[in-house]
Design a protein around this ligand. Structure first.
Ligand SMILES: CC(C)(COP(=O)(O)OP(=O)(O)OC[C@H]1O[C@@H](n2cnc3c(N)ncnc32)[C@H](O)[C@@H]1OP(=O)(O)O)[C@@H](O)C(=O)NCCC(=O)NCCS
Length: 151
């Protein structure tokens, strides 16, 4: 498990622009993973679960609560972007949520993040806006758009 967290943190630190303040630190990741219903999906170089000891190049962190599920983080290492890995991870998240019996999926995205294309393509629609939700980055604050998908 520690190895997986090390790999997730390496992707996290490379994937998120510090100026936007979206990345989580190791403690935040460990604390949320200790909550019931929270799980990590890891992506190897082909997007699927990496074989034992293989490189982790992306991840999704999600939490299922009472028939709903929230995608907390989605990231692909910059060296591996633009090859569909983010799409595969998102599809795996939706499939996992359906398998858990979740009826509705949510995610928050910084307004202006180009990941919006990815989410809309998967069928997510925007349902709300949280003003100045991302405050930790030097470039902010930024609004968050809430997206939802009915399973
Ligand atoms: C969002 C992210 C996971 C996408 O990963 P990816 O492996 O490049 O995704 P895909 O190859 O499946 O691309 C899907 C589409 O998303 C869009 N897209 C996503 N991120 C993009 C970026 N940084 N720049 C340009 N387009 C981007 C593109 O339209 C792309 O489609 P296209 O290749 O047909 O043009 C990755 O860019 C990332 O880790 N970003 C930083 C973390 C982040 O912002 N996560 C989302 C909010 S939690």
């Amino acid at each position: 498990m520690n190895d997986a967290i090390d790999q997730v943190m390496a992707v996290m630190d490379a994937a998120f622009e510090p100026a936007f303040g979206e990345a989580w630190n190791r403690k935040q990741v460990l604390d949320v993973l200790a909550l019931p219903g929270t799980y990590l999906l890891l992506a190897g170089t082909h997007g699927g679960e990496p074989a034992d000891g293989a490189e982790v190049v992306g991840f999704a962190l999600s939490r299922a609560v009472l028939g709903e599920e929230e995608l907390l983080l989605l990231a692909v290492h910059p060296k591996h972007r633009g090859r569909g890995l983010g799409t595969v991870l998102l599809e795996r998240f939706v499939a996992a949520a359906r398998a858990h019996g979740s009826a509705r999926l949510f995610l928050e995205m910084r307004d202006g993040n180009s990941a919006e294309t990815l989410y809309r393509r998967q069928g997510f629609t925007s349902i709300g806006l949280r003003r100045h939700y991302y405050r930790r980055g030097a470039a902010g604050p930024f609004d968050a758009i809430t997206f939802a998908l009915d399973c």
